[in-house]
Design a protein. Structure first.
Length: 286
């Protein structure tokens, strides 16, 4: 079971809105535990004055997200607050899932030599939200990347089972925070290579303009997998076959050196410690 409350601002953004974000977010939280979401609850807090056309668009996105993921909403609730006491709409979703019979997702399973795989390009969601807030425009549209991950994760578990040692989606705090949490939980070090981490050109340019490090920017529809080295190439091949996985890559590995630290080899060959993000870089990101 997993629950989360969504307060993203703006409500509508490139590639999605608060509706599909709320559905996909809870589905993905369950998927990272090796569970297939089956049933969701849905709660709304609406601000007086919310346009019915906007609410309808959000509902249609919720419907489409549920259909794409194969989940059902079984109960819900709606409350309305006075104008000025909310920000259009807040959503809570709670999901119940069934754990895959081959899943054994636990930091205790991680060992030295395990490979770390990133399922796609970094920082799209955070930069999408920030660009909408700042009124930034780019030659091509940057979109969030919000999507359900349950089907691809379950297919990996079908094929590779307990060789998938750990899963996590790098939302708040981005990839850097997740890697530090993995290193701390496994009591091992992590070596990563910057050249292996995908960042789309428009996103990279926006990060540079805004003074943001893509490793610390929030993501949606993206996950990190720690897998046994013996299946790493096969897992990557499977991800590359996925419609959203053409930019998936092996970004590093677990090591007995420098326990509880993440060390990155930069594009110019230097090495630096990647620390946990102190505080919150971008509030109301989801």
């Amino acid at each position: 079971m997993s629950t989360d409350t969504y307060v993203v601002s703006p409500v509508f953004f490139g590639g999605g809105n608060i509706g599909d974000l709320a559905i996909n977010g809870t589905i993905n939280d369950l998927a990272m535990c090796g569970a297939a979401a089956k049933y969701l609850t849905l709660g709304f807090v609406l601000e007086e004055g919310l346009k019915m056309t906007e609410f309808w668009d959000i509902l249609l996105s919720i419907k489409a997200a549920c259909e794409a993921a194969g989940v059902n909403i079984v109960t819900g609730d709606t409350k309305v607050v006075e104008r000025g006491k909310g920000d259009k709409i807040f959503i809570n979703t709670t999901g119940i899932g069934i754990v895959h019979p081959k899943a054994n997702i636990d930091a205790d399973n991680i060992k030295a030599g395990d490979k770390i795989i990133l399922s796609g390009p970094l920082a799209r969601h955070g930069i999408t939200i920030m660009s909408h807030r700042q009124g930034l425009q780019f030659e091509s549209t940057i979109s969030s990347g919000t999507r359900p991950l349950n089907k691809i994760v379950l297919s990996l578990l079908d094929e590779f089972g307990e060789k998938i040692h750990f899963l996590r989606d790098p939302t708040r705090g981005g990839l850097a925070t997740v890697l530090n949490e993995i290193a701390a939980g496994a009591k091992l070090g992590i070596d990563i290579a910057q050249k292996n981490m995908s960042v789309e050109e428009e996103v990279s340019g926006a990060c540079e303009m805004l003074g943001l490090d893509p490793m610390y920017v929030a993501n949606e529809g993206l996950f990190v997998a720690v897998v046994d080295h013996s299946v790493a190439d096969a897992v990557l091949d499977r991800l590359n076959e996925w419609e959203h996985g053409e930019m998936a890559s092996i970004i590093g590995e677990m090591t007995i050196d420098h326990p509880r630290q993440v060390i990155m080899k930069s594009l110019i060959g230097g090495r630096r410690v990647v620390n946990m993000l102190p505080g919150e870089q971008l509030p109301r990101i989801c």
